[in-house]
Design a protein around this ligand. Structure first.
Ligand code: ZN
Length: 413
C-alpha cells in the first residue's frame, strides 16, 4: 500500500523508549550514563545490536569506507535516491543515553512504524549511524560524515588515529565495522533528529525545534605581550601587565557578544599566562576567542569587532596584541524543502514548535554540503548534554519521531 495522507499515524513510543534503555546497557556508567567511544569494544557491541534490530526490521545493513552504517529499506521506485535519517551511536566518555542515539533510534522507529502499518514509500529509506561524531578517541570529530561529504579525504581518514597511535582504519577493521573501498551511498535527502543540548525549547515549553541553520564558528588566537615585573617593586601605573590586559579584553568581548543579541556567542575557555608565580607580573598571555553566529555577515562583523576591541584594550594597557584567525566554519543554512517538511509535520501533528538555529555542530551540518538536509530538535532537561544526567522524556522523543515520520513520508512520496 502506498502512503495515504494519514494524520493519525504515530510511532510506538514504548518501543522507542525501550530501545533507548536497552542500548544504554552497553557501556553503562553511573546508572544513567553511557561511555561508548567510537570504535571501542562498546561501540562495536552497540553497532551489532543496532544492526540486529535493523535486519529484524527487514533492512539491508551496509557499511562504507569510514564505518558509517547505512541500513536500507527499498522503495516502490528504485530510480529514486533514498531519504536518509539518523545520527550517531558513539558517546562522550561521560555521556548520556540520548545525544546521537535518539536520532538513530527515531529513524529506526519510523521504519518499524511503516512496517507495522504495511506502508511502502516511493523513494527508498535509509537509517544511518555516522561514525565518530564525538571525536574523543579520533580527531577530527564528525569523522564519518566529514569523509562522506569530502571534507576529509582518503589520506585524512587514513591518518586518523588515537592519541596512542592506533589507526582508525585498523581498529574499525578489527572490530568488523569497516566497509570496502571509497564508495559513498548517495542520498536524496537527509533528516537528523537530535536532543537540543540547550535550554530554549524547555524554557519556552515547546515540544519541537525545527532547525533551519547551524551557527558558524570562528576561533581567534590572541597573544598579548607586555613585560614581566616584580609585584613588590613595580608601581601600579608603570606596569605592562598582560594578564590584567587580558582580563579587560575578556570583559570587553563579553559586552560585544551581548550587544549582538541572543543569537550571538562569544566565549573564552582557554587562557594561558606564560609565567605562573604569585609575585610576578605576567608579561605574556595567550587566549582563544570562540565566536559563533548563525548569520555569515554578522559573524564576520562580530569577529572584526572582537579583534578591534583586543587591539584597543592592548594599546591602552601598554601591551602589544596579535590576533589571528585559526578556525572558520561558515554557518549552515538547511534546505527549504526539508525544513518545510518538518514544519508541516509538526503543524499537522499539533505540536508546539519554533524554528531555531543549532548551537552545536552536527553530522547534518556536514551532510548539508552535499544532500538537501534539515534537523529536528526535541527538548532535553535543563539543556544538559555530554553528561550522565542528560535526559529527554519518552513523550518528547515520540513527538520528535512522529515529526520525523511524517516529514520522511512527505519527502519519499
Ligand atoms: Zn550528538
Amino acid at each position: 500500500m502506498a502512503y495515504p495522507a494519514n494524520k493519525a499515524l504515530t510511532v510506538n513510543a514504548d518501543r522507542l523508549w525501550a530501545r533507548h534503555m536497552e542500548l544504554a546497557r552497553i557501556g553503562a556508567i553511573e546508572e544513567t550514563g553511557s561511555c561508548r567511544l567510537a570504535m571501542s569494544a562498546e561501540d562495536a557491541e552497540a553497532r551489532a545490536l543496532f544492526a540486529r534490530w535493523c535486519r529484524e526490521a527487514g533492512l539491508e545493513v551496509r557499511v562504507d569506507g569510514a564505518g558509517n552504517m547505512f541500513c536500507f529499506r527499498p522503495g516502490l521506485d528504485p530510480e529514486r535516491l533514498p531519504v536518509g535519517s539518523g545520527s550517531h551511536l558513539d558517546t562522550q566518555p561521560h555521556g548520556g543515553r540520548f545525544d546521537g542515539i535518539s536520532g538513530v533510534l527515531a529513524a529506526l522507529e519510523v521504519i518499524e512504524t511503516l512496517n507495522d502499518e504495511g506502508i511502502q514509500t516511493n523513494a527508498p529509506l535509509a537509517v544511518i549511524n555516522w561514525t565518530n561524531e564525538e571525536g574523543v578517541r579520533y580527531a577530527p570529530a564528525l569523522l564519518g560524515s566529514g569523509w562522506y561529504t569530502g571534507l576529509i579525504d582518503e589520506e585524512g581518514l587514513a591518518k586518523a588515529h588515537t592519541p596512542d597511535g592506533i589507526l582508525f582504519r585498523d581498529e574499525a577493521k578489527s572490530r568488523g565495522w569497516l566497509g570496502e573501498g571509497s564508495e559513498k551511498f548517495p542520498l536524496g535527502a537527509f533528516l537528523e533528529l537530535h536532543i537540543e543540548q540547550g535550554p530554549i525549547l524547555e524554557q519556552e515549553q515547546l515540544q519541537i525545534g525545527v532547525v533551519n541553520t547551524v551557527q558558524g564558528l570562528r576561533w581567534l588566537d590572541v597573544e598579548v605581550t607586555g613585560a614581566d615585573g616584580h609585584a613588590g617593586t613595580t608601581p601600579l601605573d608603570q606596569r605592562q601587565d598582560a594578564l590584567l590586559a587580558s582580563a579587560r579584553m575578556l570583559v570587553a568581548l563579553n559586552e560585544i557578544g551581548r550587544s549582538y543579541g541572543p543569537a550571538a556567542r562569544v566565549s573564552v575557555g582557554r587562557l594561558k599566562p606564560e609565567t605562573d608565580g604569585p609575585s610576578t607580573i605576567v608579561g605574556r598571555t595567550s587566549f582563544v576567542v570562540d565566536i559563533r553566529h548563525p548569520d555569515a555577515e554578522t559573524l564576520e562583523k562580530l569577529t572584526q569587532e572582537c579583534a578591534a576591541a583586543c587591539a584597543s584594550v592592548g594599546a591602552s594597557s601598554g601591551c602589544e596584541v596579535e590576533c589571528s584567525q585559526r578556525i572558520s566554519v561558515p554557518p549552515t543554512v538547511f534546505d527549504e524543502t526539508c525544513v518545510a517538511a518538518l514544519e508541516q509535520a509538526a503543524i499537522q501533528q499539533g505540536y508546539s514548535y519554533r524554528k531555531m538555529a543549532s548551537g552545536a555542530l552536527h553530522d547534518a551540518a556536514n551532510v548539508a554540503r552535499v544532500v538537501p538536509t534539515a534537523m529536528v530538535f526535541v527538548p532535553c532537561k535543563d539543556g544538559i548534554s555530554h553528561n550522565v544526567r542528560e535526559y529527554a522524556s519518552p513523550e518528547d522523543l515520540a513527538a520528535g519521531a512522529n515529526v520525523l515520520l511524517h516529514a520522511m513520508l512527505e519527502l519519499s512520496k
